[in-house]
Design a protein. Structure first.
Ligand SMILES: [Zn+2]
Length: 267
């Protein structure tokens, strides 16, 4: 298989854990990634200042909150090529080669050279951590891929794209608010990295957050439609669902649902 142009969003990645599993009480921990510095070692992809040393360091992963014992899944079909008793490095080849890396685990079920399939359990969340540290990387040396000799990419949008694809095929998860007007739209930031489009909708008691990490033409067109509807006072029909993925990285301080996908129909 060949790809003329491939981005990380195109990778056949599934979530490395069951996003429906019972999450810890996130209200007691920290409502937003911005405040995760109060919980050392948990966060989003990107630079962050270490609480103890004050040094700015790169966090090459997204941390998915989950109780100890939550099953950890291989995010894609591949071969185990490394790791310790608490971590696992898997190599994947789907026309291009990439790696996934999992850390803070216990009861590991796989060994080096084992072949694994996407969604297969490889361990549990564990040790002293209540989150899975999950990385996606592109190796510089395809013959000898390794953690050090590879480039990390942000797993956030990759996992979000999985959710968008899943949503498109899941009628049960759909919720519809029909014939409403948009009372306000606003771009907001959560942490330094996550941009959202906040849509206030009349008479529903619910505001909608759209992640702005998705720069696909379909998503940008949808945002434009929302803006046009707002500025021209058009009533809309919105199809949405709550995001499983974003609930695991704590962006629901105001009990506001995160949207996986929206369709707006001008009346
Ligand atoms: Zn981490």
């Amino acid at each position: 298989m060949y790809f003329e142009h491939i981005t990380a969003e195109d990778l056949p990645i599934v979530p490395p854990m069951d996003l429906n599993s019972n999450l810890p009480d996130i209200d007691k921990i920290s409502p937003f990634p911005m405040q995760l510095k109060t919980r050392r070692g948990v966060g989003l992809f990107g630079t962050r200042r270490e609480a103890d040393s004050g040094l700015i360091r790169m966090h090459e992963a997204v941390d998915l909150l989950a109780p100890v014992g939550t099953p950890v899944f291989a995010a894609s079909t591949g071969t185990v090529i490394g790791g310790s008793s608490t971590s696992c490095l898997i190599s994947h080849d789907h026309g291009i080669k990439y790696l996934t890396f999992y850390q803070h685990m216990q009861n590991k079920l796989v060994n080096n050279n084992d072949n694994v399939t996407a969604g297969q359990q490889i361990a549990e969340v564990g040790g002293t951590q209540d989150h899975l540290h999950f990385e996606i990387r592109f190796p510089f040396d395809n013959a000898r891929p390794s953690l050090g000799n590879s480039l990390p990419v942000d797993p956030t949008n990759v996992l979000y794209q999985w959710e968008v694809r899943t949503f498109q095929n899941d009628d049960d998860a759909r919720q519809v608010i029909d014939d409403v007007s948009i009372t306000n739209i606003q771009e907001i930031w959560r942490g330094r990295l996550l941009r959202f489009f906040l849509v206030n909708v009349s008479s529903t008691g619910r505001d909608l957050f759209l992640p702005l990490i998705d720069s696909s033409p379909a998503n940008l067109s949808m945002l434009e439609t929302l803006k046009l509807a707002f500025f021209n006072s058009k009533r809309v029909r919105i199809v949405w669902r709550e995001s499983l993925f974003f609930s695991t990285i704590q962006v629901t301080q105001d009990k506001v649902s995160i949207i996986a996908e929206v369709k707006v129909l001008l009346n």
